[in-house]
Design a protein around this ligand. Structure first.
Ligand SMILES: [Zn+2]
Length: 502
């Protein structure tokens, strides 16, 4: 016992002699971290009412990808008024922007989104009811079915909370919010990466609305999207069908070919399509038709091999129907490159800060929403848990994937929807328009703020995250799924045009 004590004492003295400054410096910083984190979290919480007003406005606007003019301005104005240096219209995208506060290293970024989805206009009610405008129409028919109104606002208010500490001199470094449009199929972040907007960035943080709280940085599916437009010849469908060439036939044949291709693709492949234009009258041979196609797989390199095969299906459709094919490439996004080092930071904060509870009214709403699901939903109490998603692959895609290949990146899910709610559903729109969405949004903002403080006060975590990213890449280069000269498809949410002529 005496011997052990003397060894410990000797090691202690040896430590002080060898690392005196280092020890005290780290100790000094470490003791301040909890207070700084508490301050950032309180600062984010303090903004919850103004944040909710803003989120409701963006929910109301429900603007389509690349057309989120008002939503992006609302967020950019908020940050500009708070002292952030705002650059609007970055990467050749009018609704993309960055907002920076502070200076020097580290540069911590928080990503935010705000685009909505078509065909999912919905009131904040527990039954299906599309929102009607004052003029009695459904307007653009879009709804915030992926909760991006909450995503953008929570990220922006978290950046403000950290910005407060930078302004006071409590934290050193830079925080930058990225206003990222058109996540739903527009691949904006891939273009923002290509523009070099992440070159000086040390870490990127993001989150996503969900039906549960989860962290652990799962990967996701890489994807390529395209529209196939067919141009044919209009004619009277009964009187002179031989004079017509149906653009819709070209599209239908393409869809059939894609369905046959599906069987002969690697496991994990996902192929989807929808008809966005298919003619207007049964007695007119359709002159124009347009389909929207996705191909996905957990590996970007596999998606690259599937894309030419998808293209062949469309070429075959055009060949057989004597119509002209116009390909509108919409770009692709890579799978997420996970980062365990960073995921541990967000998971710890999400666990520590999760205070979700439904009020009586929210519980009543949640129970009614549950009745609309075809399958049994998890219990409401699961909102108190935090699921560890390490090593998993989520069956969706995000253009955050491209960011994660160039900057160590981590994200998490906060429960903004009733447990069991599928993303991209009217139920998700409804939940996101109620205080259930608000509570998840405020939680996300607090977790982002706390995590940013962790990273700004502990440079060793950032270094470890960078080393992990390097190791995961193991020499492979970032190979975006974008054509070299491809421009952001700013009009991809607009109906296809009959290009006529030629
Ligand atoms: Zn989303």
């Amino acid at each position: 016992m005496r011997f052990q004590k003397s060894v410990v004492w000797l090691l202690f003295v040896w430590g002080i002699v060898l690392f005196p400054c280092n020890q005290s410096k780290i100790h000094g910083q470490a003791s301040q971290i909890p207070a700084l984190k508490n301050e950032a979290v309180a600062s984010s919480q303090k903004r919850s009412e103004t944040a909710w007003i803003l989120a409701q406005k963006i929910w109301d606007l429900a603007e389509p990808g690349y057309l989120e003019k008002q939503s992006s301005n609302l967020l950019a104005d908020l940050l500009e008024k708070d002292g952030f240096v705002v650059k609007r219209g970055v990467a050749g995208i009018p609704t993309a922007f960055t907002a920076t506060i502070g200076s020097g290293k580290p540069v911590i970024t928080i990503l935010g989104e705000y685009d909505a989805l078509p065909e999912l206009s919905q009131e904040a009610l527990p039954y299906r009811k599309p929102r009607l405008l004052a003029n009695g129409t459904e307007g653009n028919g879009y709804g915030q079915a992926c909760g991006h109104h909450l995503f953008g606002v929570a990220s922006a208010t978290a950046a403000q909370a950290v910005g407060d500490l930078i302004k006071k001199g409590g934290l050193k470094g830079t925080v930058r919010f990225y206003g990222c449009p058109a996540e739903e199929g527009g691949a904006a972040k891939a273009f923002m990466v290509r523009e070099g907007l992440f070159k000086d960035v040390d870490v990127a943080l993001h989150w996503h609305p969900g039906n549960r709280n989860a962290a652990g940085d799962p990967s996701c599916l890489a994807r390529i999207a395209a529209k196939f437009r067919f141009h044919g010849q209009a004619a009277h469908a009964a009187g002179s069908p031989e004079k017509g060439r149906s653009a819709l036939d070209g599209l239908l044949l393409t869809i059939h070919a894609v369905e046959l291709m599906r069987e002969h693709t690697p496991d994990g492949t996902r192929l989807h399509h929808t008809i966005t234009s298919g003619g207007g009258a049964a007695n007119v041979v359709p002159e124009f038709a347009e389909g929207f196609f996705y191909v996905r797989h957990p590996k970007g390199e596999v998606v690259s091999t599937l894309w030419p095969r998808l293209l062949k299906c469309a070429q075959a459709g055009a060949l057989a129907t004597e119509t002209r094919l116009e390909v509108v490439p919409l770009g692709g996004t890579l799978e997420l490159l996970p980062n365990d080092t960073l995921a541990q930071v967000t998971r710890k904060n999400l666990k520590a800060l999760n205070n979700l509870e439904y009020s009586k009214e929210e519980t009543a709403f949640a129970l009614r929403i549950r009745e609309t699901f075809p399958d049994k939903a998890p219990p409401l109490e699961t909102i108190r848990e935090v699921v560890d998603t390490s090593g998993k692959t989520t069956m969706g895609s995000t253009d955050v994937g491209d960011v994660s290949w160039v900057v160590p990146t981590t994200g998490f899910y906060a429960a903004t929807w009733v447990p069991g709610t599928p993303g991209h559903s009217w139920q998700a729109v409804a939940c996101g328009g109620t205080t259930i969405g608000k509570k998840g949004m405020v939680l996300a903002s607090r977790v982002l703020a706390a995590s940013a403080v962790d990273l700004m006060t502990q440079p060793e975590i950032v270094e470890r995250a960078k080393a992990e990213q390097k190791q995961r890449l193991s020499g492979s280069l970032y190979a975006p799924l974008l054509d070299k000269d491809q421009k952001p498809p700013l009009d991809y949410r607009l109906a296809g045009k009959r290009s006529g002529g030629e």
